[in-house]
Design a protein around this ligand. Structure first.
Ligand SMILES: NC(=O)c1ccc[n+]([C@@H]2O[C@H](COP(=O)([O-])OP(=O)(O)OC[C@H]3O[C@@H](n4cnc5c(N)ncnc54)[C@H](O)[C@@H]3O)[C@@H](O)[C@H]2O)c1
Length: 433
């Protein structure tokens, strides 16, 4: 098949490389010459494990093309995927301006034969119907098309594996022809294919992300109770998670969720609720607890740190990505800078993005030891693997004060006690030396 993918971010580029790898001819439309040149030369721009290799392989095989020109790609495509961003507006509503700009670019170029136009961007329920109406108004008379919602569920950091081995593929459309074409495209993917209507497909995506956010906030809420009562949150959640109706996965207490999806999708679902007169207090509380996690974490830091130099381990919103959008680290950095702390920061992949945002306000280091060197405290904000078995004795020697605030519960309190650290984690009693 010939496929056009508009947008080459975490969703667009990963999907493009994976579909090309299955043998399809894939055209990727971008809007910046400089980025398109880098992509043509095999530079994925973003960091995603395995992406550079897959990109280079499929460029070499002649199955991946990058262009700014819609005509080149759209007219020959069987499927067009829209994968541009849908960031939150001030009021939480999803900003759909780029999606509709793309739809208007596509409309007059649709071919005489049949084309599926499918939105992979996360869009509120009802958006695909509006896309359909716009295309109908602006297409050539003889062009035939159908709209399908194909929401994306990949996770940054494991996006390629998530695409090749998706748990499920959701296809929402009222056109059987479009459904058949999309089923054929996704045939090599072993996961269950869920065929449904447009509105259900749109809502499945928001439901999944909001449910995961609720789970994280619920675990954090319980961690607040644990800290006040002497209970151990990991013990509590391990035991509760043994109940098959509940499960342990995604109940990780810490400094809360971030990234380009959960915060904006929870906000957008609240916003859709408002327009439908649905009281979405559960989701508002989810956001509120997420905010509180950072307040509590910072409270502990402010109350218990004597000096003003801090080492910050982890900047990306989660491990294995360079994405810092709505990362917990941003709230933490802002609060610490406001109080006049000097921050020695380190992250495996997120440094360049943080540098673009903070310039010379932070001290950038090239490894966790350098970040910890001569500090009054170390804060763990992202649970990168390299922190989990770091040489803590060495860390203790190079710090001014052996004090760690662990926002991801990556160490055992008993071990920290043995090593002589004062150690604050989440939902567990502090170790005070
Ligand atoms: N990142 C994820 O983990 C993830 C997972 C599932 C769904 N989604 C959803 O997918 C969508 C895209 O997310 P993302 O993380 O890939 O975003 P992103 O910001 O990484 O990528 C967006 C892409 O759109 C391009 N773009 C912007 N304006 C354009 C234009 N006028 N013409 C052509 N391209 C243009 C940008 O250059 C960029 O390549 C969002 O709706 C998001 O909610 C994201």
């Amino acid at each position: 098949m010939t496929i056009t993918i508009v947008g080459h971010g975490y969703v667009g580029l990963v999907s493009a490389c994976c579909f090309a790898d299955f043998g399809n001819d894939v055209w990727v439309i971008g809007h910046t010459d400089e980025k398109l040149e880098r992509l043509k030369n095999g530079d994925p721009i973003i960091y995603e494990p395995g992406l550079e290799e897959l990109l280079k392989k499929n460029i070499k095989a002649g199955r991946l093309h990058f262009t700014k020109v819609y005509d080149k790609a759209v007219a020959k495509s069987d499927i067009i995927f829209i994968t541009v961003g849908t960031p939150p507006k001030q009021n939480g509503e999803a900003d759909l301006s780029t999606v509709f700009m793309v739809v208007q670019n596509i409309a007059p170029l649709l071919k005489k034969g049949f084309t599926v136009v499918s939105c992979k961007s996360t869009v509120p329920v009802g958006t695909n119907k509006k896309i359909q109406e716009t295309l109908l108004k602006q297409k050539r008379k003889d062009a035939e098309f159908a709209v399908a919602s194909c929401p994306e569920f990949l996770r940054e950091g494991s996006a390629i594996n998530d695409t090749f081995f998706a748990d499920r593929v959701v296809i929402g459309s009222s056109s059987q022809k479009a459904i058949d074409i999309l089923l054929k495209l996704h045939d090599p993917i072993p996961g269950k294919k869920v065929v449904t209507d447009l509105s259900s497909a749109e809502l499945i995506k928001y439901t999944a992300n909001s449910m995961l956010a609720v789970k994280i906030s619920f675990a954090n809420l319980i961690s607040f109770y644990c800290e006040k009562t002497g209970a151990d949150v990991e013990m509590v959640l391990d035991a509760v998670g043994l109940d098959k109706r509940i499960g342990r996965i995604f109940m990780d207490p810490g400094v809360g969720y971030g990234g380009s999806c959960f915060p904006k999708d929870v906000k957008a679902l609240i916003n859709t609720g408002e327009s439908l007169h649905i009281d979405a207090k559960l989701l508002e509380a989810t956001e509120n607890v997420n905010y509180q996690t950072r307040v509590y974490f910072l409270d502990k830091v402010f109350k218990n740190t004597k000096g003003k130099t801090i080492g910050l381990w982890g900047l990306s919103f989660k491990p294995n990505t360079d994405d810092i959008r709505f990362a917990p680290s941003l709230d933490i950095i802002e609060a610490l800078l406001k109080k006049g702390f000097t921050l020695q920061v380190y992250d495996q992949e997120g440094m360049e993005n943080i540098k673009k945002k903070y310039g010379d306000k932070l001290v950038y280091t090239s490894n966790p030891y350098e970040a910890a060197s001569n500090t009054d405290a170390v804060l763990i904000v992202t649970e990168w693997n390299e922190f989990k078995q770091i040489d803590l004795e060495k860390v203790k020697k190079i710090m001014k004060t052996p004090l760690i605030f662990d926002g991801r519960n990556i160490y055992e309190p008993a071990l920290m006690k043995k090593l002589g650290f004062t150690y604050y984690s989440t939902g567990r009693q502090p170790i005070i030396i």
